[in-house]
Design a protein. Structure first.
Length: 92
């Protein structure tokens, strides 16, 4: 049984674009969200009943943002590695 190995120009372009988004604006936006969340979690900057609720929720949100960054980096690395493996196998 043979396995198909293929990496078209469209696949290479999609991988490159995905990596550009992950390495650039997406990670930067997640970092920006984290910075603003850190600012808003300071009661000297933002306070009140709903702001207190935000502060209680912030540690979980911060953790979720960090996990998202890790998952995106894994996606970027995996797509690059898979494409390289396909190219090495002669799938171009």
């Amino acid at each position: 049984m043979s396995e198909r190995v293929l990496s078209t120009a469209a696949a290479k372009e999609a991988i490159q674009k995905m990596q550009q988004v992950i390495n650039g604006p997406l990670m930067e936006q997640i970092d920006a969200l984290n910075r603003e969340g850190q600012t808003l979690s300071d009661p000297n900057v933002w306070d009140g009943r709903l702001a207190q609720q935000f502060r209680q929720d912030w540690p979980q949100m911060h953790s979720t943002l960090m996990k998202a960054k890790e998952a995106l980096e894994e996606l970027r690395a995996n797509s690059q590695r898979i494409n390289q493996d396909i190219m090495t196998a002669g799938g171009n």
